[in-house]
Design a protein around this ligand. Structure first.
Ligand SMILES: [Zn+2]
Length: 150
C-alpha cells in the first residue's frame, strides 16, 4: 500500500478492524519513510477456492460435492458421518494451504482414496471404480488385486 503523502511503498499496518459494511477491512497504516498515518479500506478476499476439472475448466470448490461422492461409496458400510466430516476437514486443510488457490480434481480424488483406503476397503474400491472410470473389468480387477495383496 503506497503512502499517499510521499509515495513510499513500505507502509506498516498499525491497526485493522472490520469496516461497518463487514465486507472490507479498515486499516490504519503508518508510512515507514515520512511517518505519516493514513486509513485504508481494503476489500476482503472473496475469490473462491477453485477446482480444475479434467477438461481444464474451473469451478468453485464445493464441499458437498466431494462429500456426496464419499457418502455414496460408504453406503451401508461401517463409516460414520463424523468420520466422513473429519476426512473432509483433513482434505480441505491440505488443499486450501496451496498458494495458487486452485487444485486439480485428480488431487482431491487421490486424497479421498488415500483416506478411504485406511478407513474402509470396500468404500475405497467403490470410490476408486467410479473415480478412475475403469473402462473394463480387467483394470478394476487389477486395482482390486493390488488391494488384496496388502
Ligand atoms: Zn510517506
Amino acid at each position: 500500500m503506497k503512502c499517499p503523502y510521499c509515495g513510499e511503498d513500505d507502509t506498516k499496518v498499525i491497526d485493522s478492524r472490520p469496516a461497518d459494511d463487514n465486507s472490507s477491512i479498515r486499516r490504519r497504516r503508518q508510512c515507514e519513510r515520512c511517518g505519516k498515518r493514513f486509513t485504508t479500506y481494503e476489500k476482503l478476499e472473496t475469490m473462491p477456492f477453485m477446482v480444475i476439472k479434467k477438461d481444464r475448466t474451473r469451478e468453485p470448490y464445493n464441499r458437498s460435492k466431494v462429500e456426496a461422492g464419499i457418502v455414496r461409496s460408504c453406503h451401508k458400510r461401517p463409516v460414520s458421518t463424523q468420520q466422513i466430516n473429519a476426512m473432509l476437514d483433513e482434505i480441505e486443510n491440505e488443499i486450501f494451504n496451496c498458494e495458487d488457490k486452485e487444485v486439480e480434481t485428480t488431487v482431491i480424488g487421490e486424497l479421498v482414496m488415500d483416506k478411504l483406503k485406511k478407513l474402509d476397503e470396500v468404500a475405497y474400491v467403490r470410490f476408486a471404480s467410479v473415480y478412475r472410470e475403469f473402462k473394463d473389468v480387467n483394470t478394476f480387477m487389477e486395482e482390486l488385486g493390488k488391494l488384496l495383496k496388502k
